[in-house]
Each structure stands twice: as structure tokens, then as C-alpha cells.
Design a protein around this ligand. Structure first.
Ligand code: NAD
Ligand code: ZN
Length: 258
């Protein structure tokens, strides 16, 4: 793996505009399970309950949704960024990072110290709650207190509309402005690094293809194969935190000796 790390460090040193694209795998080292780990949160719930249409149509589905999200929130509250998140901050401080496009909803990139405007969240953020009717935003903590006090599927104080964590469910429209910015970033990158994503969730998984199409070098750091491995200029099959920390150390050395 040392050879791959060396190569990526050189490419970062040469790059003008690095875009990092992250998925659940960037946060597993923070203790948040990804979709596919056996015994993880998601394996104990029926994914069909989490389609947006079901949430809109059934009080029971809403109650189960909030139950699952309350469990998730317990985990998110205590999770701390890991070396992979801090490596992105280092890239930013080196002046190399244009943005992080993330599928994660855990806020850990920001918590690690990346400015919020450098993080493009394609699937929303679980630390906010949104009214589906009037759009009013609530801090998650406030709504969680209502749930802990016995509310099962909370509604908006202002308009009585349905409240939902400000995350994108299956079947729910993607956030337009974030999608636009992400595509622009992907097409403008000269080095596009995928970290910890199975690249099976669409349309998010199109971003590496946009980057590649526009001429970027594509690097995939993931523990398991992805459908786009054959498009990558470099594949690193290691743990995000370990790989990226080493890459950053090597990049600093390369930049010092250049
Ligand atoms: P995914 O679960 O489909 O894939 C994660 C990938 O990361 C897997 O291929 C796995 O092999 C790899 N991986 C796991 N740990 C790793 C590590 N330490 N280093 C390198 N690779 C590692 O995740 P996805 O592609 O992000 O898609 C899942 C969807 O679920 C996303 O839409 C996301 O919004 C949501 N989700 C988010 C979180 C979070 O916010 N932390 C957690 C679970 C799921
Ligand atoms: Zn409302």
C-alpha cells in the first residue's frame, strides 16, 4: 500500500483543486456503522419503513422513523471526528481542498473544523429538523427533548405540519442547490478522492463520474470494491483514517522538499 500512498501524496502536491467525496465509511472509525455492517442500526429496521412516501402517508411509519432516528441521534451526539475527518481539514489548511462533498448526515466534517461552506451535504444533516409544510428549521436537540418526553411523531409549532429530520430519505427529492454545487465542484476538480463510499447510492454516486469526465484524476479509498473501480486512476483498499493520515504526512514532506 506504501506505493499507492506515495503516489496519492504526489498527486495532491501537484493538484490545484482537490475535491473529497465521502460516504458512511469515513465515519465508521468514529463508531457510526455504515449501511452494510452486520448487526448495525440499519439491519434492525425495515428499510421499507423509511421511504419518504411511507413517512408522508402513515403515522405508524413516522413513529418508527423517529424511533430509529432517535437511536441514530444518540450515536451521533457522542461520536467524535476521526483522523479521516481531520485529514480533510489538513488538506484545507494546505490550500489544496476546494470542498468536501458528503453523503453523510453526521456533521463530523464540520465538527473536525472544516468551515461549513466547504462541506456540501447531499443527504442533509441529522442535527436539524425541518417542517415539511412551512420549511421552519428546529435544532434537533429541542425536538429530541419533546420525543424523550413522550411525543412519537412531532409536528410543527407554527403550522401543524409534519416534522422530519433534515435528511434525505429514499424517494425524497435531492436538495437542488447542493446538487448543483456538487456537480460544479466535481467538474472543476483536478483530483477527486472518494473515501468510504460504496458508490451505489444515486444520484450522489454520479459525482466521481462527472469529475472523471471533466478530466480529473479519480482516486477511490474504500475497504470493499465499488462499481466504479475500473474508472479509477488509483485504488486504495485500506481504512480511511489510517490511509489519509499517512497520505497527509507524506504530502507535507513532498511539499517541503519541492
Ligand atoms: P455505504 O454504507 O453504502 O458504504 C460505505 C462503504 O465504506 C462500504 O463500501 C465499506 O466497505 C466502506 N468502509 C467502511 N468503513 C471504512 C473505513 N474505515 N475505511 C474505508 N472504507 C470503509 O455508505 P454510502 O456509500 O455513504 O451510502 C450509504 C447512505 O447511507 C448514504 O446516503 C448516507 O447518507 C447514509 N448513511 C450515513 C451515515 C453517516 O452519516 N455517518 C451512516 C450510515 C449511512
Ligand atoms: Zn411548519
Amino acid at each position: 500500500m506504501q506505493e499507492e500512498i506515495e503516489r496519492l501524496a504526489r498527486w495532491i502536491a501537484e493538484a490545484k483543486k482537490v475535491v473529497v467525496f465521502t460516504g458512511a465509511g469515513v465515519s465508521t472509525e468514529s463508531g457510526i456503522p455504515d449501511f452494510r455492517s452486520p448487526g448495525g442500526l440499519w439491519s434492525r429496521y425495515d428499510p421499507n419503513d423509511f421511504y419518504f412516501q411511507r413517512f408522508l402517508n402513515s403515522e405508524e411509519a413516522r413513529e418508527r422513523y423517529w424511533q430509529m432516528h432517535s437511536e441514530l441521534y444518540e450515536m451521533l451526539k457522542t461520536a467524535r471526528p476521526n483522523p479521516a475527518h481531520y485529514a480533510c481539514v489538513e488538506l484545507y489548511r494546505m490550500g489544496k481542498l476546494s470542498s468536501v462533498i458528503t453523503q453523510n448526515i453526521d456533521n463530523l466534517h464540520q465538527e473536525a473544523g472544516l468551515p461549513a461552506d466547504k462541506v456540501i451535504e447531499l443527504h442533509g444533516n441529522a442535527l436539524r429538523v425541518k417542517c415539511l409544510d412551512c420549511g421552519r428549521l428546529y435544532p434537533r436537540e429541542e425536538i429530541q427533548r419533546r420525543i424523550d418526553a413522550g411525543e412519537k411523531a412531532p409536528r410543527c409549532d407554527g403550522c401543524g405540519g409534519l416534522l422530519k429530520p433534515a435528511t434525505i430519505s429514499f424517494g425524497q427529492a435531492m436538495p437542488q442547490e447542493e446538487m448543483r454545487r456538487a456537480e460544479e465542484e466535481a467538474r472543476g476538480a483536478d483530483l477527486f478522492i472518494v473515501v468510504g463510499s460504496s458508490l451505489v447510492v444515486h444520484p450522489a454516486a454520479l459525482m466521481p463520474l462527472f469529475a472523471k469526465e471533466a478530466g480529473a484524476r479519480l482516486v477511490i479509498i474504500n475497504l470493499t470494491p465499488t462499481p466504479y473501480d475500473d474508472q479509477a486512476d488509483l485504488l486504495i483498499g485500506g481504512k480511511a483514517g489510517e490511509v489519509l493520515s499517512e497520505v497527509i504526512e507524506r504530502t507535507k514532506e513532498v511539499l517541503r522538499t519541492n
